[in-house]
Ligand binder design. Sequence first.
Ligand code: BGC
Length: 467
Amino acid sequence: MGTQGRHLLAMAAVVAAMGGLLFGFDTGVISGALLLIRKQFSLGHAAQEILVSSVLVGCMAGAALAGPLVDRLGRRRLILATAALFALGSVWCASAHSVHSLVAARVMVGLAIGAASFAVPLYLSEIAPAQVRGAIVSLNQLMITVGILVSYGVDEWFSAAPQGWRDMFLAALVPALALFAGMLFLPGSPRWLLSRGRVEEARHVHARLGADPADFEEMRRSLAAESQPARQPSRPLREPWLRPALLVGVGIMFVQQATGINTVIYYAPSIFQMAGFASDKAAIGATVGVGAVNVLFTLVSIRLVDRVGRKPLLSLGLVGMTLSLAVLGAAFHWKAQLGTELRWVAVGSLFVYISAFAVSLGPVAWLLISEIYPTRVRGAAMGLATLCNWAFNFIIALTFLSIVDLLGPGGAFWLYALVGAGGWIFCRLAVPETRGVALERIEENLRRGRPMADIGLPTQADPEGAE
Ligand code: BGC
């Protein structure tokens, strides 16, 4: 790939990944903002829960609406609209004068997060060459983790002033404007342009990205095959041959959320306090540590994902997550016997847990759903998987404290460990390896009805499987 192509690709990746940063920032910012908001508006438990989960309701709606829109409007235009929503939502949050308007503003931010959470990986997967696609798409997840960490820092920075929550929300305006401005200068996805019949434009962008002209012809052939009337059903997601891929996409999102990642992201300070860290400061300090480890191990994953592949990372990560959850559960269960040691077991196991997540399910779940669907239905299918991701997130966040009341923290973590063990089996049996495989080959295998786990393997027409 030439220098110009590399530069353009790098710029596209960095700018588009601003969407990931906003996703992470707006996810994490509420934890610190809530402390000030609840004082200012004298909020009870129920009102706080509504405020926290309002963003998730917006995310579900955003993913549901953007699914069909991303195919109609195009990836680039949808990301532009998303950036504008992020900017407006941040200003609205910062200037809200009642809880009602704050909740409405958070729903608006949620709409943007929901749309960005799949439009960005989708765009990235379509402009990246196969050999580096894993790393480029995972950049989005890296930026999510950076966004979460930055939000913890911003919360800390503005926490002294009673109205500091306004600045916390307003801070998101900077990356939102950067995303908008950057996207104005970037090209549309060549795959999407082709799917709209804009062949010359697509060829031009493809060449500018420095990609191999042979890949362009391959992409054209595959899209032309898809355009045959027999291959264009009116309800594409209802096609039987697509069902296994949809199930794998939804399944991987279930495993990602139901192993409890966001109980840690949203409630880490509370978990540390349950484990015996008395002061807010110590609990928040440990939480920042969790955020930093999340970033660090996402970086490790990015280095490994195109070398060792997606499946080994998933297997390893799920083993680490399951074991650390089991240990954490046991520590809470035998709290009395452990005494003050509990807090160190809690810190140790949460750090192992978050590292294992960051190296595997964090980036790989989003990567896989950007790889396993045919171009024409990719927007709608990724939208469905993303919608399920947010719905599972919502359910887990809403039920965590009740499960703790019912089963104790030990029981809650054991429950998540059980999902982890089931997830390991699911990944071994059903998840395909997609490392270095052209998206077109994945698609062809899917159409031929090969078992899901084999759709990354060479097709019969392509026995060597070389790129
Ligand atoms: C998940 C989010 C989570 C984040 C943590 C993402 O992959 O989808 O729900 O908050 O990782 O890093």
